[in-house]
Design a protein around this ligand. Structure first.
Ligand code: IPM
Ligand code: MG
Length: 360
C-alpha cells in the first residue's frame, strides 16, 4: 500500500530544501522499496498568493487526507503588513489546529562532527541528546477570549487567555511519558506553577500521570529555571514536556545549544500518529533562492516521518546514517561550516545524502 504524503514547500528557502528531501524520498522509492504518493499544495505566503488565504481550503483538505505532511517553512517580509488572519504564520497554526497536531516533538542533538558549531563550550554540550515535547494546539496560542479592546478609561489593552483542560494536559503528558520510556526514562515537566493557576493544574495532572509510569523518573521545573538550566547544564535533561508558549521559547534555546539550527527536524503528531514534519528553522528570506540553505533538517524530518507516521524505522535509520556519512566526509553548508573552510550548496548536500543512501 502506498503512503500518501502531502508536500507543502511554503516560502523562502522552503522550496529549495523540500526539493532535496524529495530526492531522498525518490531514492528510497527506487532503491529501497518505499511506496509513497506525493501531492503538492501551497501554504503560508504561497497560499496567500495562490488563493488569498495562508491556508487554502484545498491545502487543508489534502493535509487532512494524507498519511503525513512534509512542510518546508512559511513567512517572509512581503507578507508582514497583512492583517493577522492573512499572515503566513496563520497557515501553520491552521494546520496544527485543523489536523489536531497536539504533540510537537523537537529533538536537540549535537552531532559529534559539529561539536565546535555551538556557542557553548564543548564540554557543556558534547553528547547532548534531548527531546522537547511541546503542547501545540492549546494554551495561550489558542485560548479565548483574546484581542485588543478599549477600556472604560479610553486606553487600549491587549489580552490573551492561558487555558488548559485536564484532558489536554493528560494527552500531551502521555505522549511525553511514552517517549521518555523509549529513551532515557527521565521526564522533566516545565511549568510556572508558582504564579499561574493553569500550570498548577498542569503540575497536578503530570504528577498523577507519573503514578502510571513508575519506570520513568518525573521531575518538575519552573520555566525560568529551565531556561537557565538549559544553557548551564543541558545534558541533565532527557525529555522535557511543556506548554505551547514555554515550548516555543525553550525549543529555540535548545536548538541553539547544538549550534546548528539548520540540522534539526521536528514532528507534530495527532492522537493516531499521523503527523506533520518540518525543519525547526524558519523560511530564512535573507538567503532564499541562493542555493545555500542547509537541507539536512528537512531530510532528517523525512526520517522522523518514516519513523513516527509511516512505520518504516529501518528506512529512517538509513537516512540518519547517510547524514552521518556526509558529515563524516566533511561536507558543510555555510551555516555549519567552520570559518575559512569551503562550504557546499543546498543541492550538493542533498546529492551527497542520496549518494550515501545508495552506497550504505
Ligand atoms: C514555531 C514558530 C511558530 C510558533 C510561529 C511561526 C507561529 O515560532 O514553530 O516555533 O510560534 O509556534
Ligand atoms: Mg518558535
Amino acid at each position: 500500500m502506498s503512503h500518501i504524503i502531502t508536500i507543502l514547500p511554503g516560502d523562502g528557502i522552503g522550496p529549495e530544501i523540500i526539493n532535496e528531501a524529495e530526492k531522498v524520498l525518490a531514492c528510497l522509492q527506487s532503491e529501497h522499496g518505499l511506496a509513497v504518493t506525493l501531492e503538492h499544495a501551497p501554504v503560508g505566503g504561497a497560499g496567500y498568493e495562490d488563493s488569498g488565504k495562508p491556508l487554502p481550503d484545498a491545502t487543508l483538505a489534502l493535509a487532512q487526507a494524507a498519511d503525513a505532511v512534509l512542510l518546508g517553512s512559511v513567512g517572509g517580509p512581503q507578507w508582514e503588513h497583512l492583517d493577522r488572519a492573512l499572515r503566513p504564520e496563520q497557515g501553520l497554526l491552521g494546520l496544527r489546529a485543523g489536523m489536531q497536531l497536539f504533540a510537537n516533538l523537537r529533538p536537540a542533538i549535537l552531532y559529534p562532527q559539529l561539536a565546535d558549531a555551538s556557542t557553548l563550550k564543548p564540554d557543556v554540550v558534547s553528547g547532548l541528546d534531548l527531546m522537547i515535547v511541546r503542547e501545540l494546539t492549546g494554551g495561550i496560542y489558542f485560548g479565548q477570549p483574546r484581542g485588543i479592546r478599549t477600556r472604560d478609561d479610553g486606553q487600549l489593552e491587549g489580552y490573551n487567555t492561558l487555558v488548559y483542560s485536564e484532558g489536554e494536559i493528560d494527552r500531551i503528558g502521555r505522549s511525553a511519558f511514552d517517549i521518555a520510556r523509549n529513551r532515557g526514562r527521565r521526564l522533566c515537566s516545565v511549568d510556572k506553577a508558582n504564579v499561574l493557576e493553569c500550570t498548577e493544574l498542569w503540575r497536578q495532572v503530570m504528577t498523577q500521570l507519573g503514578t502510571e509510569y513508575p519506570d520513568v523518573e518525573l521531575t518538575h521545573m519552573y520555566v525560568d529555571n529551565a531556561a537557565m538550566q538549559l544553557v548551564r547544564a543541558p545534558r541533565q535533561f532527557d525529555v522535557m514536556v511543556t506548554t505551547n508558549l514555554f515550548g516555543d521559547i525553550l525549543s529555540d534555546a535548545a536548538a541553539m545549544l547544538t549550534g546548528s539550527i539548520g540540522m534539526l527536524p521536528s514532528a507534530s503528531l495527532d492522537s493516531s500518529g499521523k503527523g506533520m514534519y518540518e525543519p525547526i528553522h524558519g523560511s530564512a528570506p535573507d538567503i532564499a533562492g541562493q542555493g545555500v540553505a542547509n537541507p539536512l533538517a528537512t531530510i532528517l524530518s523525512v526520517a522522523m516521518m518514516l519513523r513516527y507516521s509511516l512505520d518504516e524505522p529501518a528506512l529512517a535509520d538509513r537516512i540518519e546514517q547517510a547524514v552521518g556519512t556526509v558529515l563524516d566526509r566533511g561536507l558543510r553548508t555555510p551555516d555549519i561550516a567552520a570559518a575559512g573552510t569551503d562550504p557546499v550548496g543546498t543541492r550538493e548536500m542533498g546529492d551527497a545524502v542520496v549518494a550515501a543512501l545508495r552506497n550504505n
